[in-house]
Design a protein around this ligand. Sequence first.
Ligand code: WQD
Length: 338
Amino acid sequence: MKILVTGGLGFIGSHTAVELQQAGYEVVILDDCSNSSEKVLDGITAITGQRPIFEKIDLKQKPDVIDFFKRHADLSGVIHFAASKAVGESVENPLLYYENNINTLVYILKQLAQKEKAGFIFSSSCTVYGQAEKMPITEDAPVKAAESPYGNTKQIGEEIISDTCKVTPHMNAISLRYFNPIGAHQSAEIGELPIGIPQNLVPFITQTGIGLREQLSVFGDDYPTEDGTCIRDYIHVVDLAKAHVVALERLIEGKNKKNYEVYNIGTGTGSSVLEVIESFERVSGKKLNYKIVGRRPGDVIQAYADTTKANKILGWKAQSSLDEAMRLAWLWEQKIRA
Ligand code: WQD
């Protein structure tokens, strides 16, 4: 069976391509390489021994999307990662985000709606919950007003899919609401490749550890949490990738109860910024140079998943600990800087 992975050269997309191939699927990667490199194909091939089919396509070009789906009429499913995902950039350039994250989704869904059967997995985010009232966060926690255009594109994306599925009974979709993906493949052939100064905590930590960054700034230690720093649910990217294969198979095998479902994908455990730093120091044996600075606007105090639904209904559970994911993130950082 052939599966399209849009944004498949990206961090989560490339790890999912590996898991799909290892589960026996033929993978077609579509990526515009705006935030990734074709070299990632070599990493995927080094792990699985199979080079995915790759097409460099800008999904904002509707005719190219239509042409692609005509040439790949035998697709059994689509996993849609392709999107811009920098929270800060989305505030400065909202139209870039609405065009790149929404128009492209609509073009793909229009093609899928014309197929007899189509399984669609959407890359969503816990960011849709904003600051949830109750921890851990369940899927029926209210979706809050988005804190950024990026977060808004995830909320709007979910609504577009839900509305489409309501009137397209043969379309089956699942949105996976990721918490915080970290780590790298155990082979150190693929991993996170942030361009420029990393926005996210773990790549900034490993770049500080390797000496690429002078010092980590911890954005605030005056939050109402045990050690004063924000709490997140850091999930190993390979666990997250496996969740996509399980979700896709649920649709392909027709096990889904409704033709649109939503799952939180996290570990179910919250870790503070200082605990993540301690994890790095444990696995690397190095002292991390950091300082406490002011809060970052838009940060929620805490967000970690209630994973009961994914565990019980999807039949998926995260396997790796924070230390294991951090150890692999550090191994990857050392490999790419060697
Ligand atoms: C985690 C914690 C920061 C950097 C974002 C998006 C989310 C998803 C994952 C795309 C926070 C603190 C961070 C630093 C720090 N992105 N921090 N110093 O903000 O939870 O989630 O990335 O899908 O949608 O919202 O992740 O890694 O940026 O921050 O102190 O240099 O680390 O304040 O508490 P976040 P993050």
